[in-house]
Design a protein around this ligand. Sequence first.
Ligand SMILES: [Zn+2]
Ligand SMILES: [Zn+2]
Length: 285
Amino acid sequence: MPPKKQTGIFLPYFQGPRLSDFPQALNNILSQDNVHYYDGVYQAVNSTYYVRPSTKEMLLKVHSDEMIQQVQRSGYFETASYSAGVTIQAAEEIFLGNIDNVFAFTGVGDHHAGRNFFGGMCYFNGAALAIAILREKGLKRFAIVDTDSHHADGTRDIFVRDKNVLHVCFCSQNYSDNNYNIDIEIPFVTKDEDCLQKMRQVFVPAAKAFRPEIIFWEFGYDATQGEYGDKGLTKDCHLEFAKIIKSTADTVCQGRLITVLCGGARRDLATYIIPKIIAALAELD
Ligand SMILES: [Zn+2]
Ligand SMILES: [Zn+2]
C-alpha cells in the first residue's frame, strides 16, 4: 500500500450561516494523523498554522486596482480576502510538499470573479491567484474543473487565451476551443450517473492528455436538489465527483489537488456533503 495522502483543511474567517457546523462536523477527521488543520477562526489542539488574508500585492497579480477598491466598498472585503488567502496558502503548502491535497473552506468566492469584475457572491478568484503564485515558483501547467451549477465566467475571463490552463466547466452550455476551455452542459433535470459519466468521459481524458502539475476543483453544491441552482443532482453525487477527481490527480500530478468551496447555501447539505469529500481526499474510507 502506498502511504496515505496528506490532506490539508483550511478554515478561514467567514460570514454567513452555511458553515455553522464546522469544524465540529469534522471531529472524527481532524484527529487522523494524515489530516492537517489550518485554522483561521478557532483555536484547536491540532491546529498548526493560522490562515492569513491575501495581501493587496497578491490580489493585483490577477485583479485590477479599481476592482479591488470596489470590493473594499462592498462589505465583503475581509471575508473575500480570507477566502482567497486560504487557496493561496493551500497552494504554497502543497508546493512545499507539506500536504498533497486540500479542502479549502471559503466564505465567498471564486469563479464569478474575473480580472475586472465580480458578482454572484464571488469577489476574488482564489484559484487564479494561487496559479499566479505557483507560476512565480516555476510551475507551468494547471487544470481547473468546476462542478458548481453556474458558468465560471470569471475564471474563463482570466484564462480564456491561456494555453497552460485547462478549464473544464460543468454548467448550462456545451463549448470547447483550441485554448483548452471546455464547457459541459448539465441539463436542468439531470441524473447523477449522466453527470458522472461526463466527468469520466470528458474531464478525465482531457486531464490525462494535458498533464497538469496541480488540479483545482471548484466545488459548488448548488446543483443539488433543493438548492438555488438545482439541476437534480442528489447530495451523494458530490462524493462520486470527488473520487473521480482525486483519482485523476493521483494519476496525473502525484495527487496534488485543491478543492475550493464555491456555490451552495444550505447548511444541512454542507454538513452532509463536505465531511464525506474530505474523508475521500484523506483516504479514510
Ligand atoms: Zn453557482
Ligand atoms: Zn461553463
